[in-house]
Design a binder for this molecule. Structure first.
Ligand code: ARG
Length: 301
């Protein structure tokens, strides 16, 4: 219990206020245009989320939602932001969304990141070049772990690794409802993470489990509560749902669980992680540099 070494990141976020959040189309199995979010409830759930994160000591920057981008509230997908050793904005790789419906978001995200001082990079734009969605990427151990398949393309791994000069460990997502890595993988501290093996093909599930010294393994039904789509601030895990077995393990490890009601956002296929984009992942400290970049893929066994 005393050996919990908190994540070095997770105290600064970008979020997008839901002023134009709708389900206008269906690009994941959760979305149904016949089941619209209630704007007042969505707004209240989002405000409470921001309040809770700030009360835990996190900084939350807010970007306005574009009227033409109903999914922009899922700020995790705006881009992969990296800070320098002093915690200052360093570079961001903007997402190159798989679906055209989300491609206008970068027109607001690019200028916002640039204004903060980030060097703005990309691996493709407007359907040209490989897709990369930032909800697929987490700094973990010696690499950037990146899910590919439903959204990020395998070719995107190489482009990403080369663009920022890091090792990318690709894991292939096969479950249609876990279309981003952040629905099936959640770093908790320096050696523990929530992992849902059912999201991946067999070699990738094994490769991911091999990367996590103490995985909190969840099954498909548990993952579909969005419990892996959580945010960790120090030793507090901010979660939209927490199945009893998951709570028991988290508490045994010394984490505190804070539950949020985010049901309106589950209609669009995302929860607290998707609604927030971490800004304090430090290149060097959290993600070692590798000259020229490198991609490691799981070997079939
Ligand atoms: N409707 C959004 C989409 O399908 C949900 C994104 C969820 N975000 C995430 N980081 N998993 O693109």
């Amino acid at each position: 219990m005393g050996d919990l070494v908190e994540l070095s990141w997770g105290r600064q976020y970008l979020a997008v206020e839901p002023t134009a959040y709708r389900i206008d189309y269906a690009i994941n199995p959760f979305m149904d245009p016949a089941d619209q979010p209630d704007p007042a409830r969505a707004s209240e759930q989002w405000q409470v989320m921001v309040h809770v994160l700030r009360a835990l000591g996190a900084r939350v920057d807010v970007l306005a939602q574009r009227p033409d981008s109903p999914d922009m509230v899922y700020a995790m997908n705006l881009g992969l932001a990296l800070a320098d050793e002093a915690g200052r904005p360093e570079q961001v790789v903007l997402s190159h969304m798989r679906y055209a419906e989300r491609r206008a978001e970068r027109r607001s995200a690019g200028p916002w990141f640039a204004a903060q001082g980030y060097a703005v990079r990309q691996v493709g734009v407007d359907g040209v070049g490989p897709c990369f969605e930032a909800g697929d990427a987490f700094a973990w151990g010696d690499a950037l772990v990146v899910g590919y398949g439903p959204r990020t393309e395998e070719l995107g791994l190489k482009a990403l690794a080369a663009e920022i000069g890091v090792r990318v460990r690709g894991v292939r997502i096969t479950h249609p409802a876990m279309y981003h890595l952040d629905l099936a993988f959640c770093p908790l501290d320096d050696r523990r993470a929530i992992v849902c093996p059912a999201a991946f093909d067999e070699p990738s599930a094994q490769a991911l489990l091999d990367l996590v010294p103490e995985p909190l393994v969840i099954d498909e039904a548990e993952a579909l509560t969005f419990c892996a789509n959580s945010v960790v601030v120090g030793r507090t895990v901010v979660m939209p749902a927490c199945p009893p077995r998951v709570r028991a393990q988290l508490e045994a490890w010394g984490f505190e669980v804070v539950l949020l009601e985010l049901g309106e956002f589950h209609k669009g296929g995302g929860s607290v992680r998707c609604l927030t984009n971490p800004l304090d992942v430090v290149i060097g400290r959290d993600l070692p540099s590798v000259a020229g970049g490198e991609v490691v893929l799981p070997r079939p066994r």
